[in-house]
Design a protein around this ligand. Structure first.
Ligand code: NAP
Length: 253
């Protein structure tokens, strides 16, 4: 798997979880990584460990996305690889109880931000004749899950965006693909278990139920997702465009 040395990779949501693993693996494969998220302390630690650069900021507004892209380009150079990974679970409730503000906040981070970031880098990739864009969607982008309507909608939308962008850029040496992970053990999973507990449920039972959905009876690791993202970002993946790669131990959901 080759990332040509010095390719610039912008990774969102790189302060923890899946995004951090992606940043670490891209850097280990020779990319010049620009990690972005809101938590400066975590980004600094990542930078010290990997040599990555970082830009602190939120992707929840178009202006925030614009600033991140501008700062990354100014400091490191044109972006060759964009990984749209930042995401939030959003409001968890049946649709009749879902707070419309939670709906909008979820779509802003999980769908509007990938659009804003992609539109700001894709044109230059097409002009240079090279680029890799990878969206981190979810099995929730392929199925509905009770009480997850905002999250599922955002992740379905992300696949639509990915497939359309793939058609826009595909004649110009640029690809756009997605990964659709099942349950991955990350701080987001812990946040969900906190909510279960706060609701009077058992953390252990909820975790065991989630793990039981998968044949090996465990959740995925961030590294298992990052490896596929790095492959899709590699030179060798030039023939793969517009694909959603499910990473879920063969599970049907
Ligand atoms: N965990 C799973 O089971 C699972 C399964 C399928 C897909 N996914 C998807 O994988 C991606 C990563 O999830 P994860 O489990 O690693 O989640 P996580 O541990 O909660 O990490 C989320 C990342 O997104 C960043 N982020 C959140 N809101 C942001 C904002 N407004 N502006 C900038 N950055 C923001 C966070 O950084 P800061 O807080 O520092 O800003 C953090 O780095 C998400 O898109 C998620 O939907 C996760």
């Amino acid at each position: 798997m080759t990332i040509e040395k010095g390719r610039v990779a912008l990774v969102t949501g790189a302060s923890r979880g899946i995004g951090r693993a992606i940043a670490v693996q891209l850097a280990a494969n020779g990319a010049r990584v620009v990690a972005t998220a809101r938590d400066e302390g975590e980004l600094r630690t990542l930078a010290n460990e990997t040599g990555a650069d970082y830009v602190v900021g939120s992707v929840d507004t178009p202006a925030g996305c614009a600033r991140i892209v501008e700062e990354a380009i100014e400091r490191i150079g044109p972006i060759d690889i964009l990984v749209n990974n930042a995401g939030i679970m959003g409001g968890l409730a049946p649709v009749w109880d879902l707070d419309p503000d939670a709906w909008r906040a979820t779509l802003a981070v999980n769908l509007d931000a990938p659009f804003e970031l992609t539109r700001r880098v894709a044109g230059a990739m097409v002009e240079r004749g090279y680029g890799r864009i990878v969206m981190v969607s979810s099995t929730a982008g392929q199925n509905g899950f009770a009480e997850f309507s905002a999250y599922c909608t955002s992740k379905h939308g992300l696949l639509g965006l990915m497939r359309s962008v793939a058609q826009d850029v595909g004649a110009h040496g640029v690809t756009c693909n997605a990964v659709c992970p099942g349950g991955v053990h990350t701080p987001m999973t812990d946040e969900w278990l906190d909510l279960v507990e706060a609701d009077g449920g058992s953390r252990e039972a909820a975790y065991a139920e989630a793990a039981a959905m998968y044949l090996p009876k465990r959740l995925l690791t961030p590294d298992e997702i990052a490896a596929t993202v790095v492959f899709l970002a590699s030179e060798e993946a030039s023939g793969i465009n517009g694909e959603a790669v499910k990473i879920a131990f063969g599970n049907y959901r």
